[in-house]
Write a protein of this length. Structure first.
Lengths: 115, 116
């Protein structure tokens, strides 16, 4: 148990489906992140939330829609995805976004397959 | 330009031997943090070790040590006495200061396979 829980662990969806990924942390962290990990590519930062406010959108297509209702929960809503969106989606949290000494605590990820 | 470079895509290491994973970084910040994470096949990213840019001593955490050479901008991870459970992907990452957005940027990773 890492302190950051992601559900579901695996997801297969069609290109016309709508689904959501969920991330939850009870570490008292105030920043949360979505990363995408594709095969043979470095981890790509998608979104950053600090105290529930989105502070970064790294040019992510609008078919990915994040939601952060509070500092403990983060969602990634998915719709009309493409096969190239198949990847491992990792959620992370940290104590803040303004101090370089803090690393991130990651969840186990959701492995998404778009068919 | 890549901020974090890991030049070894994959390595084999004999059980009980030590292995060094290379990492070089690029930043103009004076204050930054360097991290190593382990990712087993389950997918979870596990924090291993941290080195701050102002830390004069190399970081150590159990069997993990970080060989920090600031002038060369390198932060190599040394795993001593390798175990079969060390087989995984290893990622070097850097977190720069607020001027660079405080983001954690990752290298491409090195896959380590420990042989019995």
């Amino acid at each position: 148990e890492t302190g950051v829980t992601q559900t579901p662990r695996h997801l297969v969806m069609g290109m016309t489906n709508k689904k959501s990924l969920k991330c939850e942390q009870h570490l008292g962290h105030n920043a949360m992140y979505w990363y995408k990990q594709s095969a043979k590519k470095p981890l790509e930062l998608m979104f950053v939330y600090n105290f529930k406010e989105q502070t970064e959108n790294n040019s992510v297509p609008s078919r990915f829609s994040p939601e952060c209702p509070n500092s403990s929960h983060l969602f990634l809503h998915l719709h009309t995805l493409q096969p190239e969106d198949s990847a491992l989606y990792l959620c992370a949290s940290s104590q803040g976004t303004t101090d370089s000494i803090y690393g991130y605590t990651f969840g186990s990820g959701t492995r998404l397959t778009v068919v | 330009a890549q901020k974090i470079t890991q030049t070894q895509p994959g390595m084999f290491v004999q059980e009980k031997e030590a292995v060094t994973l290379d990492c070089t970084y690029d930043t103009s910040d004076q204050s930054y943090g360097l991290f190593w994470y382990k990712q087993p096949s389950s997918g979870e990213m596990i924090f291993l070790i941290y080195q701050g840019s102002y830390d004069e001593q190399n970081a150590t955490e159990g069997r993990y040590s970080l060989n920090f050479q600031k002038a060369r901008k390198s932060a190599n991870l040394v795993i001593s006495a390798s175990q079969l459970g060390d087989s995984a992907m290893y990622f070097c990452a850097m977190r720069e200061g607020w001027a660079a957005g405080n983001k954690l940027t990752f290298g491409g990773g090195t896959r380590v396979l420990v042989k019995p």
